[in-house]
Design a protein around this ligand. Sequence first.
Ligand code: DX5
Ligand code: ZN
Length: 219
Amino acid sequence: MTAPLICPSILASDFSRLGEEVRAITEAGADFVHIDVMDGHFVPNITIGPDVVKALRPHTNLPFDCHLMISPVDSFLEAFRNAGADLISVHPEAGPHLHRTLKYIRQLGAKAGVVLNPATPVEILDWVMEDVDLVLIMSVNPGFGGQSFIESQLRKIETVRARLDATGSAAILQVDGGVNAQNAASCVAAGATALVAGTAVFKGGRDAYADNIKTLKGL
Ligand code: DX5
Ligand code: ZN
């Protein structure tokens, strides 16, 4: 089985030292930097805006994977792209026009992702399959780090894997929320190619990051 890409969520890092934390996960073997953007409206928490993303950009060459949990979303896409986002993922519920939003993300020169909440049906993908570079399955309800993995989402990963394969899509299949050493292999077996992890990467202090990432990769 191919090792998954590991995308540490900096939500679980030390916010008073974000630049150092981004450098530390880069040295520890991370593949993407997962940046959780929350607006206190689409989700019940507030985190990072484009200025912080911009300030972090010089600290690593890794792709910035921006998970936008904001509504409305279109008016902020350019700001995140200009700040250095390489992948931009959006929730269909953040609306109002998912297809337009995905096209716009690609027009801006970024890769476009769609995020499915635990209760969001997979069928929405059928109508945007050609417009996505990444599908993100939420294995928790978005808003906070440190929640427990919702087991039913393994079946959703399998379902989306089958749909991507059936259409010949090379999109990254990413899982986010409660991913840890106990369930990472099941996510990969179900068809995931990228794992987001906050708690499971940042636990144990900086000396542990490299081992934490290796464990999640199954190495
Ligand atoms: C939740 C975020 C996740 C979360 C992951 O809304 O999208 O990225 O921070 O954190 P853990 O791995 O701790 O569940
Ligand atoms: Zn996320």
